[in-house]
Design a protein around this ligand. Structure first.
Ligand code: ADP
Ligand code: MG
Length: 384
């Protein structure tokens, strides 16, 4: 059955997202690993009331002095997840509203930020037993599609790409680097695989394979690179009738982003060959910081063009888009400095305002009879 736009109940979140709004910022603390416990690591983070984050001890005097200077001891976010928060809880609090909005033809993006080992990939991709936001979002998307219509009218496409060393690669079909182009939907990676997904079952395996295609560090053979940014894009396209019975094509895009380790933006060994990579990661993450700073300060010019990452994220950051940031942190006192940096950055991101998020829609002219499109429309009408 075709869904009448005017009949659909308006959710609270839809209202909230419809007027210009700010980025929603969440923090997730990961549990301490067995190894870390055995090494005598102490926890330096407390989460209170599901909102407040306190840094409670310092690894050394240097951190203490720095802390005094920055006064960054207490932070508060839209929600802060303790180390016992489950994947579905993280998904439903941070991302389920964005999935709903994508089904209204709106754009949304979620990105994970934090130091290497802080839990970004666990949050985004997760494991087979505990799938993360990417998988839960797609699962939820298919459930919601089934609930709202039985016309088989929604088309879902997935693309999964990597930005590594200022090069864009297709994670679903590795090969030559992709070129970025501007088209009417924004910046796109030309020729990227658009995988038509019909159900959730295939998705976890697909994404895990894709993740294995991420560039690995030469020195840490079995580890996924901490310098690579991974972006999953989910595009949902469908047709509806508006109040005056015109057929309207709607397109919503959800981008889920697992950023490179944020520590690279601060510490880079300029002397080794690897510094070329480091400098480029610096470039992408620094460019991201500059864009965020410019957005926070309400500047007219936002320097998106400075890196591949920021070009790709252009419509996810300052555009008409619902944006969620999840800052991942480690509990260990040895990571105190990184944790504080991450929290400081996340605190700043709270200030970003985004534009009103209007649905992307295009009225379809009723074509001459006999064309494929007419047949499609007639079929749709028959099902009504
Ligand atoms: P990152 O992608 O930020 O470098 P990972 O997601 O790979 O970090 O996490 C580092 C390790 O910690 C992995 O072994 C991961 O499985 C584990 N981990 C991270 N977050 C959690 C969590 N919330 N619950 C259980 N294990 C986690
Ligand atoms: Mg990772």
């Amino acid at each position: 059955k075709m869904v009448l736009e005017s009949e659909k109940p308006e959710t609270v979140s839809e209202k909230a997202f419809a007027d210009g709004n700010r980025i929603h910022v969440f923090v997730r603390l990961r549990p301490m690993s067995k190894k870390e416990k055995e090494a005598g690591s102490r926890c330096c983070v407390r989460i209170v009331n599901r909102r407040d984050v306190y840094l409670t001890e310092f690894a050394n005097e240097h951190d203490y002095l720095r802390l005094k200077r920055l006064r960054g001891r207490h932070f508060t976010f839209d929600a802060s997840f303790s180390d016992s928060t489950t994947q579905p809880e993280v998904y439903s609090t941070t991302t389920s509203e964005l999935v709903e909005a994508v089904l209204q033809g709106r754009n949304g993006s979620v990105f994970c930020y934090g130091a290497t080992g802080a839990g970004k990939t666990y949050t985004m991709l997760g494991t087979v037993e505990n799938p993360g936001v990417m998988v839960l979002a797609i699962k939820d998307l298919f459930t919601k599609i089934r609930q709202r219509s039985c016309d088989g009218n929604h088309v879902v496409h997935l693309s999964y790409l990597e930005v590594y060393n200022e090069t864009v690669r297709d994670l679903l079909s590795p090969g030559r680097p992709l070129v970025l182009r501007e088209d009417k939907q924004g910046i796109v990676a030309a020729g990227i695989t658009q995988y038509r997904a019909y159900s959730t079952d295939e998705v976890m395996a697909l994404l895990q394979r894709g993740n294995q295609n991420r560039t690995t560090e030469p020195t840490r053979v079995n580890e996924t690179s901490s310098r690579s940014h991974a972006i999953l894009q989910v595009v949902v396209e469908y047709k509806v009738r508006d109040a005056s019975m015109n057929i309207v094509n709607k397109v919503g895009k959800l981008s889920l982003i697992d950023l490179a380790g944020s520590e690279r933006a601060l510490a880079t060994d300029q002397r080794t060959v690897r510094s070329i990579e480091g400098a480029n990661i610096n470039r992408s993450l620094l460019a991201l910081s500059s864009c965020i700073n410019a957005l926070v300060e309400g500047k007219k010019h936002i320097p998106y063009r400075n890196s591949k990452l920021t070009q790709l994220l252009k419509d996810s950051l300052g555009g008409a888009c619902n944006t969620v940031m999840i800052a991942n942190i480690s509990p260990c006192n040895i990571s105190f400095g990184e944790t504080q940096n991450t929290l400081h950055w996340a605190d700043r991101a709270k200030e970003i305002r985004t534009k009103a998020c209007e649905p992307n829609e295009e009225k379809i002219e009723v074509p001459e009879s006999g064309t494929d499109q007419t047949k499609l429309l007639l079929e749709l009408q028959k099902e009504n």
